[in-house]
Design a binder for this molecule. Structure first.
Ligand code: HEM
Length: 497
């Protein structure tokens, strides 16, 4: 039976596909893929060329790997619509109730949530409305770090930054803080990290048809447990909100439409019989999970890599300090509105996103057969654009492994943007499926990094150089948590007045 399956799937492949490394029967190229998938793909591309195709498992669709800006543009610009679909795995399907937004196929449901998120939830007006939440959270972190500094205690910045981004997004989505002396906070953070980890791993059952029923790696058990824990957490929050809405409705009928978070926006759609899209409770849970996963870990990872690079590059840190001292001074704390006047801080964030894109691979799926660069790419093929590899390619970047923000201030590079127009730098993706949270992420990153630089000196145990190893998953955090000893800079602005 397997022989038939193998031959029939191969027989269907009359397409002229890009070149491919040697493969093995049944597993195809799976043996080339290690836990850090983006690095394995980078190594394959270095050896076999910037455009290759792989077969990951038996009978699976072709996976096209693209590793240069020009090729990324060839695939994603003229063919944006065709590649606006995503990979769907057993874990993604189960954890997102088969009803999420980030992995939804391009279609009416995706378009509806995209519009809701870009015009309302993450729109400029709403970002303005939540400025006080972001300010409060950043100041709270500075206050906490101040106490640690005075006591000469260490701080796990990986944990603190994730708490902060969780708090910002959960207040924008559900008007609740994830931090505090409650178990829900730890539970939410733990779920997010587990979800990004399992979404980014290769489950053999997704690729080898006869493994579908056997849980060889214990994957099924893990993703079922994650969904169960998430469901308990979200069900409680939704029930509480429904109760609140009933009370609110009784009190102020007709005063709707003001000050809504994402949960309210979605419950409005759920309850509206005339809504253009019918959604279920599972859609709500899945969408909230999507934004949680997509919007908290990613921003926290950018912040922790940036701080780690600054610690390892004292000259860059000093230059950033000089900029902040000149532009903002020490009479007040830096604010979001200072960002346009801090070009070096902006360059630091770009440089961090170049070397450490939190999502290292743009993963898309094609809907129709198309020809790109003379190759036929069949419908249903997976496309992996390795933005991690593009950011480290010496053909496009001088001394790519050096953390040098000045490269973004030089003529010719100063216009490189991160919002999907420069194919050399795509940390937020490009086109229809690009990140809807880019404006929020950039605002948070600029002000927070500037504030950490403005207020503190950063030291690590025994003055060591930080280890910059990565951990695998859909996102790429540091392999080891970033633990630092902050100390207050002389004349730090007083934040409690
Ligand atoms: C530094 C922070 C962030 C980075 C680097 C980042 C990066 C990305 C990337 C690379 C994608 C895939 C784009 C593509 O396929 O072309 C994406 C998608 C997405 N991001 Fe972000 N993101 C960040 C922050 C956020 C925030 C703050 C939110 C929301 C609160 C968010 C929500 C999403 C969602 C919902 C998607 C899926 C969009 C879709 O499939 O249509 N992200 N992000």
């Amino acid at each position: 039976m397997y022989v038939y399956h193998f031959l029939s799937s191969e027989a269907k492949q009359n397409h002229r596909l890009p070149p491919s490394p040697p493969s093995l029967p049944i597993i195809g190229h799976l043996h080339h893929i290690g836990p850090l998938i983006h690095q394995s793909l980078h190594n394959l591309s270095t050896r076999y060329g910037p455009l290759i195709h792989l077969r990951l498992g038996s009978g699976s669709a072709a996976t096209i790997i693209v590793s240069t800006p020009d090729l990324a543009q060839d695939f994603l610009k003229p063919n944006d619509l065709n590649f606006s679909y995503r990979k769907y795995t057993l874990a993604i399907n189960h954890i997102t109730y088969g009803a999420g937004f980030s992995f939804a196929p391009y279609g009416p449901y995706w378009k509806f949530i995209k519009k809701l998120s870009t015009t309302e939830f993450l729109g400029v007006r709403n970002l303005g409305r939540f400025l006080d939440v972001r300010t409060r959270e950043t100041r709270e972190l500075v206050a906490k770090l101040t106490v640690k500094a005075e006591r000469k205690e260490s701080v796990n910045m990986t944990e603190e930054l994730l708490k902060l981004t969780n708090n910002v997004v959960s207040q924008m989505m559900m008007s609740i803080r994830c931090s505090g002396a409650n178990n829900e906070a730890d539970e939410a953070r733990d779920i997010v990290r587990n979800v990004t980890k399992i979404f980014g791993e290769f489950n053999v059952a997704d690729f080898i048809w006869f493994c579908k029923k056997v849980d060889l790696q214990g994957f099924k058990k893990r993703y079922e447990e994650i969904r169960r824990r998430y469901d308990v957490l979200l069900e409680k929050i939704i029930v509480e909100r429904e109760e609140m809405r009933r009370k609110r409705e009784a009190k102020q009928k007709g005063k709707d439409g003001k000050g809504k978070d994402l949960l309210d926006l979605l419950l409005d759609v759920l309850e509206d019989e005339k809504a253009e899209i019918k959604i279920t409770r599972n859609h709500i849970k899945a969408t909230i999970l999507d934004f949680f996963v997509a919007g908290t870990d990613t921003t926290a990872i950018t912040l922790e890599w940036t701080l780690a690079e600054l610690i390892n590059n004292p000259k860059v840190l000093q230059k950033a300090r000089n900029e902040i001292d000149t532009v903002v001074g020490n009479k007040r704390l830096v604010e979001e509105s200072d960002a346009p006047n801090l070009p070096y801080i902006q360059a630091i964030i770009k440089e961090s996103l170049r070397l450490h894109p939190p999502i290292p691979l743009l993963i898309r799926k094609s809907n129709e057969t198309v020809t790109v660069k003379g190759y036929d790419i069949p419908a249903g093929s997976m496309l992996y654009v390795n933005i991690w590899s593009i950011g480290r390619n010496p053909q496009y970047w001088d001394n790519p492994l050096e953390f040098n923000p000045d490269r973004f201030l030089e003529d010719g590079s100063s216009t490189l943007d991160v919002k999907g127009q420069s194919f050399q730098l795509l940390p937020f993706g490009t086109g229809r499926r690009s990140c809807p949270g880019v404006n929020l992420a950039i605002r948070e990153a600029h002000v927070l990094v500037a504030m950490l630089i403005q207020c503190f000196e950063w030291n690590v145990k025994d003055g060591q150089v930080l280890n910059m190893d990565e951990q695998g998953g859909l996102t790429v955090p540091r392999a080891v948590d970033l633990v630092c000893f902050p100390s207050l800079r002389p004349n730090t602005p007083h934040i409690f007045t």
